[in-house]
Design a protein around this ligand. Structure first.
Ligand code: ADP
Length: 169
């Protein structure tokens, strides 16, 4: 049985991530989407919120599960008894970072293999960070994130703005 882990921050999950999840769910028996819960890395959404977003969007995929993890990815893979790690690649610029991570993980556990799945052309320029920036200024993120995530983004920034104004007044 081929079980794979797709790790990431997913802050928030984008249509680019979901495209990778759907495509990989088609060729592995089981896919665990692993949401990194790193308290020292600031994120817009909590790990629980990020897990919920992905669960909602992958409910139609019976072989996909979503969990949060902290600590080393290789430890999480061992716990899940998964030997395959999936990472997405958008452009050459992703490559160096991803390659270094794959090498580091292989050094930590030689039995864990990383494979790279290329982004679909439509999502090459979609990233969680650019989506947050666009949404923060009220720009349109339609087609880049699912409807529910879009609404949660606007809600988050609306609350933040209200808080900032609250402080100023
Ligand atoms: P991380 O902080 O671990 O890079 P991300 O949530 O940004 O987490 O990304 C998780 C994985 O998904 C990474 O391998 C990243 O390269 C990939 N990825 C991000 N956006 C896209 C996209 N639009 N298309 C394909 N892969 C993507």
């Amino acid at each position: 049985m081929l079980k794979a882990v797709y790790p990431g921050s997913f802050d928030p999950v984008t249509n680019g991530h979901l495209d990778i999840i759907e495509r990989c769910a088609g060729f592995v028996d089981e896919l665990v989407v692993a949401v990194l819960d790193n308290p020292s890395k600031s994120s817009l959404f909590t790990a629980d919120e990020r897990v919920e977003h992905i669960k909602k969007e992958t409910a139609h995929l019976p072989n996909v599960s979503v969990r949060s993890f902290h600590g080393l990815l290789v430890d999480f893979c061992r716990l899940e008894k998964a030997r395959l790690v999936i990472r997405g690649l958008r452009a050459v610029t992703d490559f160096e970072y991803e390659f270094k991570m794959a090498l580091a993980n292989r050094k930590l556990d030689k039995d864990i293999e990383t494979i790279f799945v290329s982004s679909s052309a439509n999502y090459m320029f979609v990233s969680s960070s650019s989506i947050k920036e666009i949404a923060m200024f009220g720009g349109c993120v339609e087609d880049m994130v699912p409807e529910n995530v879009k609404n949660c983004l606007y809600e988050k920034f609306k609350n933040r703005e209200e808080n900032i104004h609250g402080f100023n007044n």
